[in-house]
Design a protein around this ligand. Structure first.
Ligand SMILES: NC(=O)c1ccc[n+]([C@@H]2O[C@H](COP(=O)([O-])OP(=O)(O)OC[C@H]3O[C@@H](n4cnc5c(N)ncnc54)[C@H](OP(=O)(O)O)[C@@H]3O)[C@@H](O)[C@H]2O)c1
Length: 242
């Protein structure tokens, strides 16, 4: 695939895996739009990424259908849609402590968001276009406090398979990451982040936790490989075996 001809929307591109993917796609010459809810976060990411000629930002909350529809009206032509968005604040709790509002934000950002991106974005894509979403290891190795995220990740993997059939020949895939050192860990482990990730690194067959670039690499593969659809690609350092 000639990346210099591709226009790629990355929702979640202001942080973590999405930001690493934006950097990778820009390096390869693609036209990139990074999107998220926080304008200041997007501006900081744009400054860090440079390349103003081929980089745009867009403020959008993908849990809101009106905002998603308006975004695609503004963007016009597009080749690929990626979402790494997740709002998990307050969701990693034991059942008695879970607030329904926190659980709903996980569902809205990781399930309804991708559904709305597919609904309003797929009509903008060419036949060779793709959608790529991000589920996660919690669906396969669930742990206490992670029930909501586990369930939503599993639902997203199912959604991807169904959309791959309905939207064909547009390809629809997911990456399921293991534990990756990104800002999201402030919500999962707070000040125990470093110790928690170090303990996991010892447990994993690869001897380390993931870097955002590991996941960006996998998403880049799914964008570019025209024979892969309906797939969940596990990029988790052997976590399911450990
Ligand atoms: N890091 C890990 O260890 C890990 C493991 C397994 C799975 N995952 C999954 O991997 C994906 C990426 O995670 P990450 O670690 O890169 O997270 P991150 O650094 O927290 O980035 C999340 C991004 O999503 C955006 N976002 C959140 N809610 C949104 C919404 N409703 N609409 C639009 N944008 C929204 C955020 O920007 P704003 O807040 O400004 O909107 C931010 O840019 C997530 O789906 C996560 O669940 C992560």
């Amino acid at each position: 695939m000639d990346m210099e001809k591709q226009k790629i929307l990355i929702v979640g591109g202001s942080s973590g895996m999405g930001l690493a993917l934006a950097r990778r796609c820009l390096e390869e010459g693609a036209h990139v739009i990074i999107a998220g809810r926080g304008e200041a976060k997007l501006d900081a990411a744009r400054e860090g990424l440079g390349q103003p000629g081929t980089l745009e930002t867009a403020v959008v909350d993908i849990s809101r259908e009106d905002e998603v529809a308006a975004l695609f009206q503004r963007i016009g032509r597009l080749d690929h849609i990626v979402s790494t968005a997740a709002d998990i604040e307050g969701a990693y709790r034991l059942l008695p402590e879970i607030e329904l509002s926190a659980a709903q934000k996980v569902v809205e950002s990781k399930f309804y968001g991708p559904l709305l991106l597919a609904k309003h974005g797929a009509p903008k894509l060419p036949p060779a276009g793709s959608l790529t979403f991000v589920s996660g290891i919690a669906a396969h190795r669930p742990a206490a406090r992670g029930s909501v995220v586990a369930a939503v990740n599993a639902a997203l993997d199912g959604l991807v398979r169904a959309l791959a059939v309905e939207l064909a020949p547009i390809r629809v895939n997911a990456v399921s990451p293991g534990w990756v050192d990104t800002p999201i860990w402030e919500f999962v482990a707070g000040d125990k982040k470093d110790d928690t990730l170090a303990a996991m690194a010892k447990r994993l067959p690869v001897g380390r936790v993931g870097k955002p670039e590991d996941i960006a690499d996998a998403i880049r593969f799914l964008i570019g490989n025209g024979f892969t659809t309906g797939e969940t690609l596990h990029v988790e350092g052997g976590h399911r075996l450990a």
